[in-house]
Design a protein around this ligand. Structure first.
Ligand code: GCW
Length: 678
């Protein structure tokens, strides 16, 4: 049914503004489109959308003609050939679109076919939100790379996926039925995503067998009508493990030739493959360091192979040693990225992009921006974000992530004492790089809701919107999504807005505060509270909590030196307790529990209070959602009610576990006498 979640924000539900439907065009012209092209898809979407929203059936033709009222969609070239110059669209860039609804003709023109499809989805999004006001504007993407990463294994399981098995693979092979993959591509196209890396970064070499390459072609064919290209993650040791060579040394000519050959085979079947994603020498994965080659040697080997086809290599910066010693006060996993990559700046081929997780550790509820963004000036970079809520409640907790992402994207790292916001670095503009952009780990599954939770879909929606334009406001994005997903009722809009905008702060409050990291179990499940799991192991997500004090000393003067990995103006802020913002205090400093925050509270009292506040907010979500019972269909209302009830209960578990843990450790009483035995 329409409300099982499959259609997500593309429901095309009827809107009551239909009285204005006289403003609608009378026909659709999808210029010069052939079946399965994105412009053809645009024509079909416009027809289906207008039928759904306004109950008006329009014909779609594929050839230009003069009409008094039509929606015309096509590439700029096609449009100008048939209808003459379009000055307003002069500044279109790759993937960009021009939309004009000011005249009797609605004009949707893309720089390329994909852009035209984006314009069609934009027009439909406005109609579905009841917005028929005249408009005329150009929209260009801030960055060329707007991809998802899907950590799907060939056996059909998904690493850190919380919505059932894979829509791409089963039992070692690509699925025969690629319908769901095409439906996913449709959703992604509507938020202007242009690439999917379909398999896990912990990659299996058997993806490269002849049978699976055929399967890749099938998937690529299924998503191509939506302007989406397919890419794959590689296992660095494939030449040995699959190819039977004695090594996988990137400087061994036989290895190089093996990759060239396999790449040629893939491009023969998938001529528009976007490229490769590589996790090397990280968490047990093989890589060039095995042969004392540099990470750049490894990345460039793939870059040479895909270059003739216009392919890109995304090389992950998530390289670190997971056996570091907690006994060493100066050891710090957060230092790994700069240590491994800074000296390679400028040594990567032009079609390599270093893909950097937003923070120096691993998708925690609060991290500073990775210092690597500010350190690579001669290397293209992309930011890796996580839609799947690995450390953030597995989609069982509502945590709207756009505010977190925007905080990172807006961080100004002040490289060379000039404005150096992360969003301007990854767009390529700050350091004048040819490539750059966004990688979002999504991990959709076969669950009809895609992510296992209706409300979690706001994160996927927001990811695409921010990858296109990071200057958009979190709340505005959320409200577009809400109207598209739940309709135009004001109370529904206000309630979901309020819940969502409070959700990240609430989760931070009842999990890990002040930059101490999420405090979830890091050894097994990454779910639920387990503050003791952080310390005394080689993973380096330490809190260094003892009876009297807590936090990682990352100062240059006395600690791991990580604060000094940032450009000087920012380094100075983090080096000093007085200037470090409270929310990152324990990320950069080791302090007594009695340390006073800028708020005047002590660290420990802040912990206690924040946990009560956060858990209270989660209780309120239940009542808020309850109030919408008559306004949301039963299926979705019940599904969300179940999750909000779970979150409310789990928030109490979080609150009491964390508070009790630090109370036991510090033996400092809660001023409000809630924690401990009273
Ligand atoms: O945080 C870790 C995750 C792993 C993941 C890894 C990575 C895919 O727990 O599941 O592996 O990060 O990003 O490579």
């Amino acid at each position: 049914s329409a409300e099982d979640g499959s259609a997500a924000w593309l429901r095309y539900a009827p809107v009551t503004q239909a009285k204005n439907s006289r403003l609608l065009p009378a026909a659709i012209i999808a210029l010069n489109s052939t079946k399965s092209s994105p412009v053809y898809t645009a024509g079909q979407e416009l027809r289906d959308g207008i039928a759904g929203i306004f109950s008006k059936e329009l014909n779609v033709s594929t050839q230009a003609r003069r009409t008094s009222s039509a929606v015309i969609v096509g590439t700029l070239t096609a449009y100008t050939n048939d209808y003459g110059d379009l000055e307003d669209a002069e500044d279109l860039e790759e993937d960009g679109f021009f939309l004009s609804t000011e005249q009797d003709q609605v004009v949707i023109v893309g720089h390329n076919e994909r852009g035209a499809l984006y314009g069609a989805f934009e027009y439909l999004s406005r109609l579905a939100q009841g917005d028929l006001s005249p408009t005329s504007f150009i929209s260009n993407p801030q960055a060329p790379i707007r991809w998802t990463n899907e950590w799907n294994n060939l056996d059909g399981s998904i690493e850190r996926g919380y919505a059932g098995p894979s829509i791409f693979f089963r039992d070692g092979f690509v699925l025969e039925n690629v319908t769901r993959a095409a439906e996913y591509a449709r959703l992604l196209a509507s938020i202007r995503i242009n690439g999917i890396i379909i398999n896990n970064v912990n990659a299996n070499a058997t993806l490269l067998t002849a049978r699976n390459i055929e399967g890749l072609a099938r998937l690529a064919d299924a998503i191509r009508p939506y302007g989406i290209q397919l890419g794959i993650s590689l296992n660095f040791a494939s030449p040995r493990d699959l190819g039977g060579l004695s090594s996988f040394d990137p400087l061994d000519p036989k290895v190089d030739a093996w990759w060239m050959n396999i790449t040629t085979q893939i491009y023969a079947k998938v001529p528009d493959m976007i490229g490769y994603l590589v996790k090397a020498n990280s968490e047990g994965q093989p890589g060039p360091l095995t042969y004392n080659r540099t990470l750049a040697d490894g990345a460039n080997m793939f870059a040479r192979a895909v270059r003739p086809y216009g392919g890109v290599v995304m090389f992950r910066a998530f390289v670190y040693d997971n056996h570091i010693s907690p006994a060493n006060w100066k050891a710090d996993r957060a230092n790994a990225q700069l240590e491994f990559f800074q000296h390679l700046d400028g040594k990567f081929d032009e079609n390599v992009v270093v893909q950097i997780k937003y923070g120096p550790i691993d998708f925690q509820v609060r991290e500073p921006a990775s210092p690597l963004f500010g350190a690579l000036h001669n290397t293209s970079t992309a930011i890796e974000l996580q839609v799947t809520q690995e450390y953030l409640g597995h989609q069982c907790h509502l945590v709207y992530l756009a505010p977190l992402w925007k905080e990172i994207l807006g961080s100004d790292l002040r490289a060379d004492s000039r404005s150096s916001k992360v969003k301007d670095i990854v767009s390529g503009s700050r350091f004048k790089r040819p490539l750059g952009g966004y990688a979002g780990v999504v991990n959709v599954g076969t669950n009809s809701t895609w992510l296992g939770s209706h409300l979690a879909m706001s994160n996927l929606y927001a990811y695409g919107r921010l990858a296109w334009d990071a200057s958009l406001e979190s709340e505005a994005i959320l409200q577009d999504w809400t109207r598209l997903t739940f309709g135009l009722d004001q109370e529904v809009l206000d309630t979901i807005t309020d819940m969502s905008m409070k959700s990240w702060p609430a989760y931070e409050n009842y999990s890990g505060n002040l930059g101490i990291q999420t405090l979830t179990d890091i050894l097994y499940t990454h779910f639920g509270p387990n503050p003791a799991s952080q310390d005394n192991n080689g993973w380096g997500q330490w809190t260094r909590a003892d009876k009297a004090s807590i936090g990682m000393d990352r100062t240059v003067k006395n600690g791991t030196g990580n604060a000094g990995h940032y450009p000087p103006e920012v380094a100075q802020i983090y080096e000093n307790i007085e200037t470090t913002p409270d929310n990152l205090l324990l990320w950069f400093h080791h302090v007594p529990y009695t340390q006073r925050l800028k708020s005047g509270k002590t660290v420990i009292q802040h912990f206690y209070d924040a946990h009560y506040e956060g858990a209270d907010t989660a209780q309120a979500f239940v009542r808020q959602w309850e109030s919408l019972k008559s306004k949301v269909d039963n299926e979705r209302w019940n599904h969300i009610m179940f999750r909000q009830t779970f979150q409310a209960g789990h928030a109490l578990v979080w609150r009491d576990s964390i508070n009790q843990f630090y109370h036991n450790l510090s033996e400092i009483p809660d001023e409000s006498k809630r924690v401990g035995n009273h």
